[in-house]
Design a protein around this ligand. Structure first.
Ligand SMILES: [Zn+2]
Length: 277
C-alpha cells in the first residue's frame, strides 16, 4: 500500500521532469539512453517471442507437502480493508516450501546466496526429461545419464545455460500430502529425483544453469547422502523443487523465467516459474 505522501512525491518528480524536457537537453539525453540500452542488450540462445505461457508453480498455501521435519508455513491477516483501510498478510515460512529455489548456499559453504544468482541464469531454455512412465511403477527411479543422452538423440544437444527439468508425473499428487511425500513404514520417502551421474554430465559437459524436479527433492526421496544437492549446488548452479505443470510444456523449445526471490543471504525461497514458447 502506498501512503499519500508517496504519491505527492512522485507527482512532484513528474512535474520537474516535464520541465526538464521542455529545454531539449532532456530529449537528447533520452535518445542517448535508448541507444545505450539497445547496445548492451544481451543475446540469448533462442528468441523469447512466444505464443504460449504455462505456470510451473504450485499455489503457495499452508496445507502443502513439506520435506519431513520442515517448519509449517503460516499466512496471517495483518490488516483488513474493513478495519484499516487496506489489506495485507504476514507470511512466515521455511525457504524450502512450495515451488522454490535451492541456491548454491543451501548446501555449499561459500556458495552464492539466492540474491547473487545472475539474472542471465534465471531466463533459460528448458529441456524436460520425462520419466513419468517409469516413475508410475517405480517411485525410486531417477533421471539417469542414459535418459539425458536419449533426450538429446531426439531433441538435440541441451544448450548452455539451460534449465533441465524432470517430469516424473509427481505434480499430480501435490494435493495429497501422503501421496506426495510417500513415506514407507520406516519413514523413508519414495519419489524420483536426479542421479549424480546425470547432473555431473549436465554440469561438466553442458554447462547448464540449473535443474528442476516436480518432487520434494533434487535427490530421490530415499537418498541419505544428498549427492546431487551437495555436488550440483556446490558447482554454483541452482535447483528448483516442486515444479508444476511440466506436462503442459514442450520437451524442447520453451524458455523459463525463474522468479527467484532477491533476499539477502537467502538459501533459496518460493519462486514463480513461468514457461513461454
Ligand atoms: Zn529446497
Amino acid at each position: 500500500m502506498c501512503p499519500p505522501k508517496f504519491f505527492e512525491h512522485v507527482a512532484g518528480q513528474a512535474t520537474s521532469r516535464r520541465d526538464f524536457f521542455k529545454f531539449g537537453l532532456g530529449a537528447a539525453a533520452a535518445t542517448a539512453t535508448a541507444l545505450t540500452a539497445t547496445q548492451v542488450r544481451p543475446t540469448f540462445a533462442q528468441s523469447v517471442s512466444f505464443n504460449n505461457v504455462a505456470d510451473l508453480t504450485h499455489i503457495f498455501g499452508t496445507n502443502t507437502p513439506l520435506y519431513p521435519g520442515s517448519p509449517e508455513p503460516s499466512i496471517n491477516i495483518h490488516v483488513t480493508i474493513e478495519a484499516n483501510g487496506f489489506y495485507g498478510n504476514i507470511l512466515q515460512y521455511w525457504e524450502h516450501t512450495g515451488t522454490h529455489m535451492d541456491a548454491p548456499a543451501h548446501f555449499a559453504v561459500g556458495g552464492i546466496y539466492v540474491d547473487q544468482i545472475a539474472p542471465s541464469a534465471l531466463v533459460v531454455p528448458i529441456a524436460v526429461i520425462d520419466i513419468s512412465a517409469r516413475a508410475a511403477v517405480d517411485p525410486d527411479t531417477v533421471v539417469t545419464l542414459d535418459d539425458i543422452l536419449a533426450y538429446e538423440q531426439q531433441y538435440g544437444t541441451i544448450p548452455e545455460n539451460a534449465g533441465v527439468f524432470m517430469n516424473s508425473g509427481w505434480a499430480s499428487r501435490f494435493n495429497s500430502i501422503p501421496a506426495f511425500v510417500n513415506l514407507d513404514g520406516d519413514g523413508i520417502q519414495h519419489y524420483p529425483g536426479f542421479s549424480r551421474e546425470a547432473t555431473d554430465f549436465l554440469e561438466a559437459q553442458r554447462n547448464i544453469a540449473g535443474i528442476g524436479v516436480d518432487t520434494l527433492s533434487l535427490d530421490p526421496g530415499n537418498s541419505m547422502t544428498f549427492d546431487v544437492h551437495v555436488n550440483f549446488l556446490g558447482s554454483g548452479r541452482w535447483g528448483l523443487e516442486n515444479l508444476a505443470n511440466l506436462n503442459q510444456i514442450p520437451p524442447s523449445g520453451a524458455t523459463a523465467f525463474v522468479g527467484a526471490p532477491k533476499v539477502a543471504t537467502g538459501s533459496g525461497g518460493p519462486t514463480r516459474v513461468l514457461a513461454v514458447w
